[in-house]
Design a protein around this ligand. Structure first.
Ligand SMILES: [Zn+2]
Length: 170
């Protein structure tokens, strides 16, 4: 009798000091900071995800709730998607934080998971994510650069972008 073990995800190596740009790596770690300039949210079409929206007045009610109109779908709707952007600095399990800085551009689902369960409003609750454990996130290493200005010899900055295709799986 054969016993077949199936693994649902491909084996993704953890981020290492010698990981090269373009590699897909997995990252597990604690959030040690956020890039506030990247922390924002915007309304997007709930049908196609497009952010090219116009505001319209609901014609059928006298309420002041704005209606959004998607120029792509040519549809109006009341509740848009709350799309979010957030880059987090993390201390990675596979690399000591004193060795390098790691920045991850997170995808929507990971941001939602990370934020407290209150409306997902960014900007004011950023400190509440500090110390939280995230991952494993599957990311593409977009750059790895040695900082010359910095006097720490091994200060390497890794910039990663999460692969949203993994996170969008049901
Ligand atoms: Zn649309």
């Amino acid at each position: 009798m054969a016993f077949i073990q199936s693994s649902p995800l491909p084996r993704v190596p953890p981020l290492k000091a010698n990981s090269m740009p373009g590699e897909v790596v997995s990252v597990v770690g604690n959030v040690i900071g956020v890039d506030e300039e990247t922390a924002y949210s915007w309304p997007a079409c709930k049908f196609c995800g497009n952010d090219h929206l116009g505001k319209a007045q609901n014609p059928s009610t006298s309420e002041q709730h704005p209606f959004y109109y998607c120029f792509q779908c040519k549809t109006s709707f009341e509740k848009p998607l709350d799309k979010m952007s957030l880059d987090a600095y993390i201390a990675c399990n596979s690399l000591p934080p004193e060795f390098c800085r790691i920045k991850v551009k997170m995808c929507q689902k990971s941001i939602t998971d990370l934020l407290p369960q209150q409306e997902g409003k960014l900007g004011y609750e950023l400190t509440s994510v500090l110390g939280k454990l995230i991952g494993p996130l599957f990311c593409v290493l977009s750059s790895s650069c040695k900082s010359i200005q910095n006097h720490q010899k091994n200060d390497v900055m890794f910039v990663l972008e999460e692969l949203s295709c993994f996170a969008n799986n049901p």
